[in-house]
Design a binder for this molecule. Structure first.
Ligand code: GLN
Length: 491
């Protein structure tokens, strides 16, 4: 086995035993990136020199007696997470040359833990999408089949983990962006509870649902990364000081898992349904009891999500005005502070935004501005918020009676590049099984549970608020009883 193929847990063991060094591990990942990323296109930036310097430092820290699960472990971060000194583009032209002056809190925490940043991964521009085709720098290709999408928006992160370019990657999930690509690429992805991991230093998409989290090769690895990145952050007022629930390894007897009937519907590919049903059978063998439950507001998940998120997007993207950040059409001398005329502020705004944003970002800005505008606010935004509350209450109620919920992550496996990009509505419907947990702020994990048409199928576990520990327990028991997570894309 090559070093880059190791899980975090395996590599940490070898590092602790001094069988390998972080420099060797980092070199193996960098070599793998060189070998396959020309075809996959998962990385937007690779910082080879900095990575090797960090790896050397990690080795020195270890030689001085320091220990830690992530000390010396190489990873990639989605390019909407700020990294001091390393370009952060959010896959947008408007931020093409943007270098953040500070690290996101989660990057800072990983640095303190000694993890080694290899580079930044591709995404749908500003994380708007479910396929990574909306990147201004071209799509990422799925390692299982290069003609297909890796899912999105954290497609570069998922593809890089699936192709063993790194030991883990960071993503962000606003409405499925960690879970969908994890499912399409056959790996594990965790969206933590909203408020569990700090949003400080993310390029904000939808501040009320954005959550950063890990994409990993195993469930145990996801727990290791969450352990480091979780926690209250003074710079993100929505983070809370609630300890992580313990990750109890062990029996699943006495557990009850809910199957929401609205997630087992017509329109889901038969191969996906079969894989998920087989997984349910496996869980039964492990002693789990299943209970059918109902979440009747599920059908409003996608419509509500596509009112609330564009509304927040239109506000969050207002800062990219050609003055403060990134791309600007401003020509010296400085314009007068009046809009309208040639070279006036208004012209700078409109031209910079017109050139800098791609079509999907523009679509969302328009949808959101409309939903928030006087006269429509009550009918769209306010109404959507009310339904969102219903969705949340419904989840909380149902979760009182079970330990967690199980659903497919996506109604089908990875689709062909270009197959859906001309139809935004169809693309939005991709999110049918993932928006609910996002709107309700609940933790959710996607893990591989089989194949359909030779492509990975993902199953989703949705947990009680702040109970990621239960998802790890259930997920790991499944992993121990199956071999889906050991299957590798041949590339
Ligand atoms: N598919 C969702 C969207 O396009 C995912 C976004 C996300 O989670 N960042 O909005």
């Amino acid at each position: 086995m090559q070093l880059n193929q190791l899980t975090i847990k395996q590599a940490a063991q070898k590092l602790a035993n001094k069988e390998i060094s972080s420099v060797e591990l980092t070199r193996a990942c960098l070599a793998r990136i060189k070998e396959v990323d020309g075809k996959i296109k998962a990385c937007l930036t690779v910082c080879e020199e900095e990575a090797l310097a960090e790896a050397k430092q990690a080795d020195e820290r270890r030689a001085n007696g320091e220990t830690g699960d992530l000390l010396g472990i190489p990873y990639l971060a989605k390019d909407n997470i700020m990294t001091r000194g390393v370009r952060t583009t959010a896959a947008s032209r408007i931020l093409e040359n943007y270098i953040a002056p500070y690290d996101a809190t989660i990057i800072k925490k990983l640095k303190q833990a000694g993890a080694v940043l290899l580079g930044k991964t591709n995404l749908d521009e500003f994380a708007h999408g479910a396929s990574t085709e909306n990147s201004a720098y071209g799509p990422t290709h799925n390692p299982w089949d290069l003609t297909r999408v890796p899912g999105g928006s954290s497609g570069g992160s998922a593809a890089s983990v699936a192709a063993d370019m790194c030991l883990f990657a960071l993503g962000t999930d606003t409405g499925g962006s960690i879970r969908c690509p994890a499912a399409f690429c056959g790996i594990t992805g965790l969206k933590p509870t909203y408020g569990r991991s700090s949003r400080f230093g993310l390029v904000a998409m939808t501040s009320s649902t954005d959550v950063p989290g890990p994409l990993t090769k195993t469930v145990a690895d996801a727990a290791i990364v969450l352990n480091i990145i979780a926690g209250k952050d003074e710079r993100d007022a929505t983070t809370v000081k609630i300890p992580l629930t313990p990750f109890i390894k062990g029996e699943l007897k006495n557990l009850t898992i809910g199957l929401p009937k609205e997630y087992f519907i017509e329109g889901t590919d038969q191969g996906v349904t079969e894989a998920v049903e087989k997984a349910i059978e496996k869980f039964k063998e492990l002693g789990v009891k299943f209970k059918q439950v109902s979440l009747p507001h599920t059908k409003y998940g996608v419509p509500v999500y596509y009112i609330i998120t564009p509304s927040e997007v239109s506000s969050n993207l207002a800062r990219f005005d050609g003055i403060k950040y990134g791309l600007s059409v401003m020509k010296p001398p400085l314009p007068p502070l009046s809009g309208g005329q040639e070279n006036g502020l208004m012209e700078i705004y409109t031209k910079s935004r017109g050139q800098g944003f791609g079509p999907e970002a523009k679509r969302r800005i328009m949808l959101g501005t409309y939903a928030l505008s006087a006269g429509y606010f009550d009918a769209y935004y306010l109404q959507a918020q009310k339904v969102r509350t219903k969705i949340k209450q419904e989840f909380d109620k149902v979760l009182e009676g079970v330990d967690c919920l199980l659903t497919p992550t996506s109604p089908h496996v990875a689709f062909k590049i270009g197959e859906q990009s001309s139809d935004p509505l169809k693309m939005y419907l991709e999110d049918i099984f993932v928006t609910g947990a996002s709107l309700a702020g609940l933790p959710a994990l996607s893990m591989p549970c089989g194949f359909d048409k030779n492509l990975p199928v993902g199953l989703q576990l949705i947990g009680k608020r702040f109970d990621e520990g239960m998802l790890f327990r259930v997920g790991q028991a499944f992993e121990e009883a199956t071999e889906w997570h050991l299957q590798k894309a041949k590339i």
